[in-house]
Write a protein that binds this ligand. Structure first.
Ligand code: ATR
Length: 274
């Protein structure tokens, strides 16, 4: 049976095995997909060993996305922009290849699942770490009319600005400089993990705005709660992004993109049951 896995640390609560197993069932495809905890020091050894033993594909999650990128012999344009990979496989020549489907997943969720078109919209991205770097390319490809990246550490946002300058000249800002309105505000900071929010003025929300938290949780993240409180038209967390990035990874491995509606409905229902 074809062998796949998601590797990370911690990874025990990953939803990826359930998601990929459901995708495979859509095509009556036998597939073995596990979640495997891998220590940073053991990453290279594990990845090479997995493929040498006939493994077909790996998803990579925190904290290994950047290190997995460094291991690859070939990477997609998107992974090169992101300097991180979440999808590994061997190409026809047996080279370890990496892609990054996080940005496609984000865009597919916002546009495909929620009907919010990014083209010509004013977009504010909060944070300038690996999570943001991973999605900027596909976000810019949707042609927002304006893009601002705000971060606590300005130098990190400026580094991203330089790295993506060929794709778009976007602005960077400190949180306390934000004084204009945006149609889409994406939280890519890791602050939801500790139950906190970037210090945002409510004026950043234009009428009809969408708030999107790249993190997800069983109840509203602080950023989703903030969006709802301040009248955002849509206030979404990253569960849909997780499912959509998985569908893109599945398509890379199997050459067929699964439907995501049933998986999204099931995960949403599980969540509402608490
Ligand atoms: P990831 O790979 O999840 O993006 P990261 O590279 O460590 O992780 O980036 C975390 C992001 O959350 C950064 O934008 C970070 O801001 P800094 O660049 O200033 O560190 C942001 N972040 C984390 N904790 C924060 C806090 N308490 N206040 C403001 N921003 C925070």
């Amino acid at each position: 049976m074809s062998r796949f896995a998601v590797i990370g640390m911690p990874v025990k609560h990953s939803k990826s095995p359930a998601i990929h197993t459901q995708f495979a069932q859509q095509f009556n495809m036998p597939m073995d997909y596990e979640a495997i905890a891998v220590e940073q020091d053991d990453l290279a050894h594990f990845v090479h060993g997995f493929f040498a033993a006939g493994g077909k594909g790996l998803n990579v999650t925190l904290p290994h996305k950047e290190d997995a990128f460094s291991l690859c012999e070939a990477v997609s344009v998107r992974a090169a922009q992101a300097k991180a990979t979440n999808t590994l496989y061997l190409d026809q020549n047996g080279n370890l290849s990496g892609d990054n489907t996080d940005g496609l997943g984000l865009v597919a969720d916002i546009e495909g699942n929620h009907g919010f078109e990014i083209a010509q919209k004013r977009v504010l991205v909060l944070g300038a770490g690996g999570a943001v770097r991973g999605v900027l390319g596909p976000l810019i490809e949707r042609r927002p009319s304006r893009l601002v990246v705000a971060n606590r550490t300005r130098a990190k946002a400026e580094r991203l600005q330089g790295d993506f300058a060929e794709l778009m000249n976007f602005d960077v800002a400190d949180y306390d400089q934000l004084n204009s309105a945006f149609d889409l505000v994406i939280n890519g900071t890791s602050m939801s993990v500790s139950g906190r929010l970037p210090p945002l003025p409510v004026e950043v929300l234009a009428p009809g705005a969408c708030c999107y938290d790249m993190m997800y949780a069983d109840s509203d993240t602080p950023f989703v709660g903030w969006g709802k409180l301040h009248g955002a038209h849509l206030a979404l967390d990253g569960l849909g992004m997780l499912v959509e990035q998985a569908a893109e990874s599945f398509a890379i491995w199997h050459g067929k993109r699964p439907g995501t509606d049933a998986v999204l409905a099931q995960l949403g229902a599980q969540r509402s049951l608490g």
